[in-house]
Write a protein that binds this ligand. Sequence first.
Ligand code: NDP
Length: 484
Amino acid sequence: MIAQPQASHFIDGDYAEDAAGAEIAVIYPATGEVIARLHEATPALIDRALASAARAQTAWAATRPVDRARILRRAADIIRDRGAALARLETLDTGKPIQETQVADWPSGADALEYFAGLAPTVVGETIPLGRDFVYTLREPLGVCVGIGAWNYPSQIACWKAAPALSLGNAMVFKPSEVTPLGALQLAEILVEAGLPAGLFNVVQGRGAVGAALVTDPRVAKVSLTGSVPTGRRVYAAAAEGMRHVTMELGGKSPLIIFDDASVEDAVGAAMLANFYSAGQVCSNGTRVFVQKGIKDRFLARLADRTAAITLGDPMDPATQMGPLVSAVHLDKVMGYIAGAKAEGARLVTGGDRAKLNAGFYVQPTVFADVTDDMTLAREEVFGPVMAVLDFDTEDEVIARANATEYGLAAGVFTADLVRGHRVIGQVQAGTCWVNAYNLTPVEVPFGGVKASGVGRENGHAAVQHYTQVKSVYVGMGPVDAPY
Ligand code: NDP
């Protein structure tokens, strides 16, 4: 048990345990080994977490934003000081290569804490003059927020939700994915060490039922979910019952459009980043790579060479570029999509099989060409290292095909003609877009989807709207003019 935390949950400033909860075995995806055993939260623990959050939030909302900010900045510093140990834990939890977890996961979480620490004290209301009278507005916290995370970026997701929530005067109860429960506990510990009062950031473990219990509790004002579209639909509906605010960061089947005047080397590099980073387990991945026919052969040849050279292996080895998938269940799902793509007639360019390394859940980085819009591979989110390359002729055609999906999370375009680049992005239905880049998500930039891919935005100034509400105060400056 090499990553056993002190206890399963973190409630009211300390670790908490109740062995009556069903067991959660945490598995290291690179070996299949059990690295920790946790328990699901029981109803009594869920109640404690929500009660302590509600209690703590009232006092927290009354503090000065700069005082809250100081604590979050300290937490960011602690995360950076412990970067190596935290990256190692993230790799154990997810199987992602240490070369990624050192630079992407916790570092981007620390960025969020720092960013919202700086932003929160600048959030102010407005004054509306009305002649004799006037109105002022206040941006008030929502109250107790529930965060529910996916397993692909467990610590980053916890930070991206906690940072805006806490900096703006809310409390949060966070439920990580049961597959990756460890990082959020570290965040809770670090926040308390940085000076966060007890109860403001609680972590409860569990499967979907624990999330469902949180979402429907009357003490909860807001739910922020990162997960799949089907879960998003369920959680959004449950939250609507209590008229709660929501942020929904859901899945995608995003188009990456490559025109034949693009740099082959850049387009290939971006397509690989858009499909193979984190073994393809990234929501905003450009998994429908539309390549204009004039560049197709050069693109595929270079893509095949560079993909075949990817180093799969022990995620703890700094030379490893791709680790395993997160779980055995997910491995089966991804292999099912690969088998389906072969059966539906997609042309396998490279990969297409499991990689037998220890007992880990590895899949070879895989490229399919000649994929058509009707194939399952072009319609459903695979969430693995499986790239679908589709051909196109004209700009109008590719825009229509890019938009022919219920998803709308992200999109990218590669072209040397910047006017065309902006024109295309202007017509693509997606919330997060790139021109001659892909999958860069700095905290300054609003992130989120349209259509079935979500509601609301994380990061950037946009997140302020999703963790505060406006109060308007009309001030009468003279006698009341009543007609009675
Ligand atoms: P799931 O939708 O399966 O789960 C997301 C979270 O919701 C988990 O913590 C899960 O718990 C919990 N949950 C499940 N059912 C309920 C319920 N009824 N009520 C409340 N909570 C519930 O997603 P995955 O964890 O499999 O993550 C992969 C998905 O996440 C992909 O679709 C991906 O695109 C998306 N994603 C979106 C991102 C974005 O920002 N747009 C970023 C990252 C991922 P448990 O897992 O314990 O069952």
